[in-house]
Design a binder for this molecule. Structure first.
Ligand SMILES: C[S@@+](CC[C@H](N)C(=O)[O-])C[C@H]1O[C@@H](n2cnc3c(N)ncnc32)[C@H](O)[C@@H]1O
Length: 315
């Protein structure tokens, strides 16, 4: 039977004994990029232990974010769980590198309420489990659950099995949701009202779908303390892909959101600032790889309060 969209997938026990998981699921490892989590872990914390677990599990994979991005998101989640993330105005415990706040004029004038901690991490866009492995480490150490959200059942199954092997203690708290974020919001977050979810977005990169995804969080805004968005520095020279993730953030939160920068910022002249030979993807120099937005410090400019969630779902 086909994997139904809009539902949780059951783990496949047959995968537990597969030796080469990506070959078995016919996932091609293209670049083979592996983020060096240990070198990004300035404090010998969660990331180092995640790297140890990944090595022990021995599963082949590739990552699609920088080690710096993974490290920065972990840091934000840890801080969120520990107490209020110090606002743009200060941040006693943050290293100097973390002064990269972008604060809206409105937020600077009005101190934001402290966000309550999360009970769950939602990873939208898993591929071979780069972010998911890092979040499984967070889930294990911070006592959170983890929902994997992806439109590909194959990537969900690969990632779930990879996590089961690397983080057996947390496997029972990891679920696979087959669908996009607006569908997950409708089917899960609007139903499981006791949960508070921090959402990481690295799914679709097309402007239109990212707007739908981020706007859907308006319907559960009181239960989503924070949102991390990846590839806000990415462009594609092939306009069919409409790769404008940062523009979608501005469409939903206005041109002046308050956020913490995540990940790498490329120099003006760097290899990744030229279109690649595969899709024509390139990174904008001087722009951060990701954004971490606390929803209490930001305001939705879209959707309009009269719009139903159904308006954001693809027909
Ligand atoms: C860039 S990869 C994610 C990389 C991963 N986070 C990592 O750290 O390596 C994008 C993923 O998003 C999924 N995807 C594409 N469109 C989506 C959508 N509308 N909703 C959810 N997932 C989507 C793809 O199947 C793919 O697994």
């Amino acid at each position: 039977m086909a994997d139904a969209v809009g539902e949780f997938l059951e783990p496949d026990p047959a995968l537990e004994h597969v030796t080469s998981l990506h070959d078995h699921l016919e996932i091609e490892i293209k670049s083979g990029h592996r983020a060096d989590l240990r070198s990004a872990d300035e404090r010998g914390g969660i990331l180092t232990r995640v790297a140890d677990a990944i090595d022990r599990s021995g599963v082949g994979y590739e990552d699609q974010c920088s080690a710096r991005h993974y490290a920065d998101v972990v840091r934000c989640i840890e801080q969120l769980q520990a107490g209020p993330v110090a606002g743009a105005a200060g941040g006693s415990s943050w290293p100097a590198r973390w002064s990269r706040w972008r604060t809206s004029r409105r937020a600077a004038a009005t101190p934001a309420p402290a966000p309550a901690p999360a009970t769950r991490i939602v990873d939208v866009g898993v591929f071979m489990g780069g972010t998911s492995a890092v979040f499984a480490g967070c889930a294990e150490e911070l006592g959170l659950s983890l929902d994997l959200v992806d439109t590909s059942p194959t990537y969900l199954r690969f990632t779930h099995e990879r996590l089961r092997r690397a983080f057996p203690k947390v496997a029972k708290r990891v679920r696979m949701f087959h669908g996009d974020l607006p569908t997950y919001v409708r089917e899960v977050l609007m139903v499981e009202t006791a949960e508070r979810a921090v959402v990481h977005h690295d799914g679709a990169h097309e402007f239109d779908q990212v707007v739908r995804d981020l706007a859907s969080l308006w319907f559960v805004r009181d239960r989503v303390p924070a949102l991390a968005v990846q590839d806000t520095h990415l462009r594609c020279s092939d306009l069919r892909f409409m790769c404008f993730v940062d523009a979608a953030v501005f469409a939903v939160f206005g041109p002046d959101p308050t956020y913490r920068e995540l990940g790498v910022v490329h120099e003006e002249v760097a290899p990744l600032t030229s279109p690649d030979r595969y899709f024509g993807n390139y990174c904008l120099p001087g722009v951060a790889e990701g954004m971490f937005l606390e929803l209490a410090q930001n305001r939705f400019r879209f959707p309009h309060p009269t719009m139903p969630l159904e308006a954001l779902l693809r027909r």
